[in-house]
Write a protein that binds this ligand. Structure first.
Ligand code: 2AM
Length: 176
């Protein structure tokens, strides 16, 4: 029997935007804010699956391939700090319906396949810092990047040389 893997569905940020975000982050937060998320790990989680077996992975990739979801754009124009989870995040003030629908369908399929889903409402965000448990002076605004989502992916969360790394397993296009 194969081992279980820690997986999640997410939207990635283009490499150029990842670089812009980490430059802006370095210019706008003091180094003691928390543990900065690596540029390549910046993403928006759509549905967290937890540790799952290959059988469930196959069921969920089959479902993902049949989802008919539309492309959308979102403005990364919101920022905040959740002291409880120690996350400094960047999000959107107006989540497009297509994003909410995509997350909702993925989360309901995940739940139907036995992946526990948080009861908290879906709040699309890019985590910028972790372990940020002390008060943080959050900048008043972000530069307002626009993310054009044309695909979504399944990622495996790995821990290598003491650091998290997200490995993309499969990607599905969003329709016009
Ligand atoms: P976060 O950025 O808000 O911490 C990989 O770990 C991704 O899955 C992260 O983006 C993380 O969200 C999310 N994640 C991790 N554990 C989770 C959980 N128990 N419930 C929901 N999302 C989780």
């Amino acid at each position: 029997m194969s081992a279980e893997r820690r997986l999640f569905f997410a939207l990635s940020l283009p490499a150029k935007m990842q670089k812009q975000v980490i430059k802006w982050r370095a210019d706008n937060f003091p180094p003691e804010t928390g543990r900065p998320v690596a540029a390549a790990n910046l993403h928006i989680t759509l549905a967290f699956l937890g540790e799952i077996s290959d059988l469930k992975v196959r069921a969920l990739t089959g479902v993902a391939g049949r989802i008919q979801a539309q492309k959308f754009s979102l403005q990364l124009d919101d920022i905040g700090h959740w002291p409880g989870s120690g996350v400094v995040w960047m999000g959107t003030k107006r989540a497009p319906n297509a994003l909410l629908q995509l997350a909702s369908v993925l989360r309901s399929h995940a739940a139907r396949n036995g992946c526990h889903q948080s009861t908290l409402p879906f709040h699309p965000h890019v985590s910028l810092y972790r372990s940020a448990t002390r008060p943080v002076a959050v900048p008043p605004a972000t530069p307002g990047w626009q993310l054009d989502a044309t695909e979504f992916s399944l990622y495996e969360s790995l821990f290598e040389r003491g650091r998290p790394r997200y490995h993309c397993l499969q990607t599905w296009p969003l329709g016009d």
